[in-house]
Ligand binder design. Structure first.
Ligand code: NAP
Length: 460
């Protein structure tokens, strides 16, 4: 096959990846975006299989079959709620592949006295370094999210200094390798230290911060692939790796911004190990409301805004929330959903769950769109959300989450909060919203409470 056809296929797959990313930036076009990206990957694989350097196909076909079967099984059986750890596992395998390609290239060139030009050697070292630390880092992230490893930050004295020293020694090996590429000791020491560094980088981070860490590791895996592309002279790896690397980085930055935390605080702050902080206006009595009263308030409202959070995900209450919306809409109530960018535990968590329950996209409103609506909202129903509706973030400069944008539920005429008890959210902070006069607490598992609300609304 002429080389220019392969390059054209690579270009086409690069364009499809970009169209895929663009599509995934909005829930309505996300599914189409996935198809573009999948098709782009197929085109890239076909292009690669046409390379004239390939002398035999049996190993490639074997890998293709194993990978496809594993992907199919994971796609069919892994539940939506386990998606974060499943993604972490994919990152680990992607990064391992990049690292192994780098190791084999090094072995091929140097074990038998050959050599690479300095640009390729630099790209190869970078690929192996990032690939190795991403592999172990992603495996630890997966273990924490799955509950196989402790979710709490694992800390020891002088941890940050130890980690920085280890990183410095790893980078020093990389630099020495550059000066003396034939000394295999530098290369394999760098690989071993990078593998250890990956573990140490992730263990001090709490499991709730894992989504940010994972998107950062995703970015590293992407950059490792781009470096592989430079080392092998493969354009599609350079394009796809760079897109992956930078989209992961942008996503991490956006998540940190939405939580009003710095990247440094997420990576080195051991958030989640201590749940301390000042809270203004939290104290006194929480007012409870009964099911019948809550149903009446909802049924006779003009506008109701649902505010889903992590509790909706754990209760798997997305289907019944839609049933309640439909029951209210039949009575002429306007229903909206307020989506906070970091509600739940992964980016787009609420969008994914509500889409799964066929809630129309037109009813989903982002923070900036819905906040001006709260003062004219009769009832805001908080379904297992806590931090994302904590008014302290707006009103109390001493709060650890001060400055985090919130959904201003406290400005609604009435806020009904569905939660099981007095449990705190991810930040571990008390929420003054629950003590306000215009707030009523409706205790119980969100799914059960919503089911009973649907029944009561139908009776009215
Ligand atoms: P949250 O602050 O973690 O609060 C969840 C609340 O749900 C808890 O207070 C809990 O109270 C309640 N709950 C749990 N299970 C429930 C059930 N079965 N039924 C009813 N209620 C239930 O959640 P959030 O408001 O969605 O905020 C998300 C937090 O995660 C933010 O602090 C954000 O910064 C952080 N975070 C998000 C991401 C992301 O990408 N989305 C990434 C990293 C960190 P009870 O125990 O009393 O029921």
């Amino acid at each position: 096959m002429p080389a220019y056809i392969i390059e054209l296929l690579y270009l086409l797959s690069g364009v499809l990846f970009i169209m895929g990313l663009r599509g995934m930036s909005h829930p309505e076009t996300a599914r189409r975006g996935m198809f573009y990206a999948e098709f782009g990957m197929l085109v890239a694989i076909v292009g690669t299989l046409m390379q004239h350097e390939i002398v035999r196909y049996d190993w490639i076909i074997g890998g293709l079959v194993i990978g496809s079967v594993a992907g199919l099984i994971m796609g069919l059986w892994v539940p939506m709620t386990a998606m974060p750890q499943r993604t972490a596992l994919s990152h680990a395998f992607g990064a391992l592949a990049a690292a192994l390609v780098g190791v084999s290239e090094y072995y091929r060139h140097y074990q038998f006295g050959g050599h690479l030009d300095s640009f390729k050697l630099g790209a190869l070292g970078f690929e192996v370094l990032l690939g190795s630390l991403t592999t172990t880092g992603s495996l630890v992230a997966c273990g924490k999210l799955q509950g196989v490893l402790p979710g709490k930050p694992l800390l020891f004295k002088g941890q940050n200094i130890f980690n920085m020293t280890l990183l410095a020694v790893t980078v020093a090996c990389f630099v020495c390798l550059f000066a003396k590429p034939g000394v295999v000791f530098y290369f394999y020491t760098m690989v071993a230290l990078a593998l250890v560094f990956g573990v140490l980088l992730v263990i001090p981070i709490g499991s709730a911060d894992m989504p940010v860490v994972m998107s950062l590791l995703n970015s590293y895996a992407g950059l490792a692939s781009a470096a592989t592309g430079f080392a092998l002279g493969n354009n599609v790896l350079i394009i796809a790796g760079t897109l992956d690397g930078f989209s992961g980085l942008i996503l991490s930055i956006l998540m940190c911004k939405a939580m009003n935390r710095s990247m440094g605080n997420v990576l080195f702050g051991a958030f989640g190990s201590v749940a301390e902080g000042t809270s203004s206006g939290a104290g006194g009595e929480m007012r409870e409301i009964g099911i019948e009263d809550a149903a009446t308030q909802l049924a006779y409202a003009r506008q109701v805004v649902f505010v889903p959070g992590y509790g909706m995900a754990t209760a798997q209450a997305q289907h019944v929330i839609r049933e309640l919306s439909e029951a209210l809409e039949e009575r002429g109530v306007t229903v909206k959903y307020a989506i906070h960018p970091v509600a739940g535990r992964m980016p787009g968590h609420m969008n994914v769950l509500l889409a799964e329950a066929n809630v129309p996209y037109s009813e989903l409103y982002e923070l900036e769109q819905i906040n001006p609506d709260f003062p004219s909202t009769d009832v805001a129903v908080v379904v297992g959300a806590n931090d994302v509706v904590n008014p302290d973030a707006r009103d109390n400069p001493g709060s650890p989450i001060s400055g985090m944008p919130i959904l201003e539920v406290d400005r609604a005429k009435l806020a009904i909060v569905l939660k099981r008890g007095k449990g705190r959210g991810f930040s571990g902070l008390e929420n003054p919203l629950f003590f306000k006069e215009k707030t009523a607490m409706l205790y119980g598992d969100a799914k059960e409470t919503l089911t009973r609300l649907v029944q009561e609304v139908h009776k009215l």
